[in-house]
Design a protein. Sequence first.
Lengths: 344, 344, 359, 359
Amino acid sequence: MATATLTKPEHVRLTEEGKPVTFLEAIREALWEELERDPAVFLMGEDIGVYGGAFKVTEGMLERFGALRVIDTPISEIGFTGAAAGAAHMGMRPVVEMQFIDFISCAYDMITNYVATSRYRGSGACPMVIRGPSGGFVRGGPFHSQNPEMAFFHTPGLNIVYPSTARDAKGLLKAAIRGDDPVLFFEHKWLYRRPQLREVLPAEDYVVPLGRARTHREGKDLTIVTYAAMVHKSQEAAEILEKEDGLDVEIIDLRTLLPLDEDAIVESVKRTNRLLVVHEDTRTGGIAGEIAMRVNEKAFAWLDAPVLRVAAADAPIPYSPPLEDYFLPQTEDIVKAVRYLASY
Amino acid sequence: MATATLTKPEHVRLTEEGKPVTFLEAIREALWEELERDPAVFLMGEDIGVYGGAFKVTEGMLERFGALRVIDTPISEIGFTGAAAGAAHMGMRPVVEMQFIDFISCAYDMITNYVATSRYRGSGACPMVIRGPSGGFVRGGPFHSQNPEMAFFHTPGLNIVYPSTARDAKGLLKAAIRGDDPVLFFEHKWLYRRPQLREVLPAEDYVVPLGRARTHREGKDLTIVTYAAMVHKSQEAAEILEKEDGLDVEIIDLRTLLPLDEDAIVESVKRTNRLLVVHEDTRTGGIAGEIAMRVNEKAFAWLDAPVLRVAAADAPIPYSPPLEDYFLPQTEDIVKAVRYLASY
Amino acid sequence: MAKRTKAAPRAAAPPHGLTREQLLEMYRFVRLTRALEEKLETLFKQGRVVGGLFRSLGQEGESVASAFALRRRDDGTGDMLSPLIRNLGSMLTIGTKPVEVVRQYMAKGDSLARGKELNIHITDFQRGFIGQISPLGDLIPVMAGVALTFKQRGEDRVAMVYIGDGATSTGAFHEGVNFAAVQKLPLVVVVEANQWAYSTPTRLQTAARAFVDKAAGYGIAGEQVDGNDMLAVYGAAKRAVDRARAGEGVTLLEVLTYRRKGHAQHDPQTYMDPAEIDRWATGNDPIDRYVAALLENGWTSADELRAIDEGVDAELEAAVDEADRSPLPEPEEALTDVHAGGPVNRPWTRLDPPDPTQA
Amino acid sequence: MAKRTKAAPRAAAPPHGLTREQLLEMYRFVRLTRALEEKLETLFKQGRVVGGLFRSLGQEGESVASAFALRRRDDGTGDMLSPLIRNLGSMLTIGTKPVEVVRQYMAKGDSLARGKELNIHITDFQRGFIGQISPLGDLIPVMAGVALTFKQRGEDRVAMVYIGDGATSTGAFHEGVNFAAVQKLPLVVVVEANQWAYSTPTRLQTAARAFVDKAAGYGIAGEQVDGNDMLAVYGAAKRAVDRARAGEGVTLLEVLTYRRKGHAQHDPQTYMDPAEIDRWATGNDPIDRYVAALLENGWTSADELRAIDEGVDAELEAAVDEADRSPLPEPEEALTDVHAGGPVNRPWTRLDPPDPTQA
Ligand SMILES: Cc1ncc(C[n+]2csc(CCOP(=O)(O)OP(=O)(O)O)c2C)c(N)n1
Ligand SMILES: Cc1ncc(C[n+]2csc(CCOP(=O)(O)OP(=O)(O)O)c2C)c(N)n1
Ligand SMILES: [Mg+2]
Ligand SMILES: [Mg+2]
């Protein structure tokens, strides 16, 4: 289509020019390239047009792709999520933005009852992506820091993606947009502009398939299964543990929570015989439970120690720095947990 | 208050007259008696007034307690749930009915973001009860058979109750209404009128405290942790296993899912050294995961076998009998699972 | 086919540009709707229906007449609608076959929902219907999305969605209508003011004088029509559909009618006034009024109508026999179509021997 | 206290039964609101505010004047309101102290939310304010519930809730207003039509001619008022509050105003027309207009106003110093007040030694 032939603006040409991109820029490039690739792809959300989104992820897209493909919606999470489902039925590929993922809760019924069950009910596929900034460490308080992944984790029909690197974010978002099932795509806002995450991405078009975990760090003494921001906290912990304790920690980045890459977890646990699950979400009902269950079902005999977890406290997310710092799992917690498990 | 002095209609006088009551009648008596006891208690919901509710739980209450205390609402789960929160702030004790618990999903934001966090935010207590018919085995299809407990299980601030006997239903509902925190109260519709559940309840006012599991059946060979309808399926299985295999199975009825009575689970597992979790909810993300994790944390050394689970398949709930029967966990599945674990 | 007797010579021209053939087609659909529901009620009483049964007695006219205003195709190029449980008439009109409806109620494996979903919650994009789900109001945003796609692609197609008086109280209704209004989408929202939401009368649902009064609040066109006058409903629906097709955006069409039966078969309607029901039944039945109009205006003859009735009865007999012969679904089908991949895992206890490592 | 100079002899009587003292009280509140926001902006630029900062520049008048129409008490017997982020004026008017607001923005441990919640999301049932939460619209049903309790108890109290033009698009707004309308509750819904929702102009939020047009759709009273004319806003709010108190139910009060700053401090408002902002700033500032009215009618003197301004500045200096001295919360307080019982478990890795069996 015509738009594809136009030259890209600077801010989405970084990879093309071999320059490193941030986590946010990788997501922006994925959206831009998908809009160029497939005329069925379009965006909806609040303030994603003229303003380019609260975090500027969709900057410049309205100007390039027009108001029929980059739609500024009323404040109506139920409305635009449902509209996306209707469009998806008709062969479109809607990508909707929750200004903050916390507000996905307003569309909970539409997502779990309508979208997730559509194929099963015989109402056709519902290929759509719901994305938005999630997570803490930014003093956002109870409603701008949430990790609502587990609210959807037990809803068959959904896919849940929660990447930790720029490369995965771009490749997984493209895969999500091209796939035939609904995908919830969580973007940890603490990662958006972290300089440490800047990397040069493949110049060519690539996708990272959903449902496959990634070994973020190889190790033989103990396995940490984690995702999103906690991948980087775990990495910090692993380096401390290597230096101070000579421990060789393996880190599995789930990347996709649903479907869960059980094989990757089990394979690693069978080698290390020790498992720590680390998640930023609150403890009770967090994904650590499901993982512990799967490992019990499939690798119990290989466990030399209990499956343990490091997670946020069982409370809403507080705003004030001392409270948020205490509430959230920190690198030091991971270090302590690994030491405990290693000496079990 | 005046109403308390009036004689009760027949259908809420069964216990008073020493007659046995069904699961549904026990719930009805609890509501009636709380309405009589405390003028702050009132009911809201769709068709709960003149019609007495889709399942007749609130029958006769509008006539007795009037339209200010038994409020037929518009079809507005967000609206009446939020209104209940406002009333709760002011010292009222609202009990709202979801006509089918499946529709609680429409109020997901209000419940998890407003109600659950109110005390934490410094906005005051939010003592309210949200109740409604849940569960399958009734050919209700995808939207009249759900078990949405896990959608709320990882929301700190909420309590979740899911009873399996008439006695517990009445005592727990009274405790929920009198407590100072919001409670989600699930009533399994397959239990509502089961003759097998009919029992004579204590004539005097009683409550069953939240957060405490109940040993439904004592045993020494293996522990089944379960709740709601599955308590009765597990009981059937236990009897078969005793007769055919000479196995002595203990059954723990959680009754309250949140807070989870971890001590009761751990204590039993330390005696039997084998744990099977049985839930009607879908497998992935079901409560079995959290329980497996807790047992890993607290009783790993006592486990002679992996923690395993029997649960529904990872799909929406189908309507047609052969499909629903296959989808839901059945007594035979529990029998097989116990045999597997016992011989592990 | 009904045999055609020539219409009386002094026949006035049918309104709204309808042809005599179209008038008879509408008659056939409304008759088919009522007869099919009566058949289903019999099946229900015989215990051959799985689950509940909902009647639209007294509302068949507005269902048929509103859907009749759509461009009906079977190749995926026509207009689209999404019905409520009480819009069997709309479904038959847009192209659902009676046998498909009976199979649904019998939970058969070859039903459109393959036994996974109930009622007329069924979808066929070729014929242009999308099944509702139980949470009320959700299909308003969804059909707004369908209409959005029509606009994005520059297709001159129209989406129609039904909503009960009760369901206008839902947030989904509000967000969906508002979204469609802002985007000026080709959407017709039919508000069925049948005066009851289960046992809840309209005065406990809204304080508004009329549902059409909501239109101004969304900045859309609104019209209120006698829902038991099929020709009036058709006319109003046609105007709304034409506006939508012409790019003039959303219309809220309030059809005034009455739910003569209970909410469902299990509802004894004790909260309703029998005299009121009777007034609607005797004085204001949509089929009676339509037949009277057809005959008085000389657009058809009693013979012609009788022939159609006989055709309907024959078709329904066949439909029930055919549905009866349909198989129930295979148990394992409970695991298919959850997502694009293959079926989900079998419960490990169903494996032989049971094996949790394979679950 | 401001020293009082006698009003000019030819002073016309203040409108709406307001006394001269009340006029000056309102002036003090609106001046306090703007000055406090300016202070907060300074603190923000100095990095002493935790998180974001939102200004209500140009809207202080409607906030103060609408809340001023309420029965204000500090013993839990008065009317109640729930504000938005831009209703600092309403909060100060109903009784929030500036020091409490500064503590909130500094995330202090002795702030009303004890550092757990931000902004003016704060509650005091004695003084009659309930904090909003971020998900927009949710406080409409909640305040309807507060009003329901007033009705259930036969108290003649009134609830007021603010909603932005943008948030009228939410399902929560719709369900809450409709519920209150059907129950005829003593609720005043103030729709702040400030023409922007973040970067979204009203035309992308609704196709309605005016927000007041939504009133008929709910069967409630509606009034539209010039939001930058404090006396007009007070008059309209008073009429709405009186109606509510008299048992005449809900009013939707649309206040026409303009958000002169960006959505928050980080927003450069590039999507707004500078000339338009300027027109509102120079010709239509609510405080300028109010001062002019006060002076022209001889209800006060420049000296009197200056004295009030000085009092405001002094109070704010003291408030900031006091808030500065407040401590941050203790880390472990993150675990308290989750429910009625004691604190929730400490993370097991924070125990010494770490012990998962104690978690
Ligand atoms: C969100 C939601 N809440 C409650 C219900 C339960 N329910 C099913 S039908 C019905 C009444 C619907 O009334 P109305 O919208 O007027 O449609 P009608 O039955 O009159 O055609 C209710 C309350 C539901 N399906 N969805
Ligand atoms: C349900 C929900 N969706 C999105 C947001 C993000 N958000 C915060 S403020 C805002 C704009 C609000 O505009 P308006 O209601 O007009 O209030 P104003 O800021 O103009 O006072 C948005 C979209 C939110 N807080 N809640
Ligand atoms: Mg109705
Ligand atoms: Mg605004």
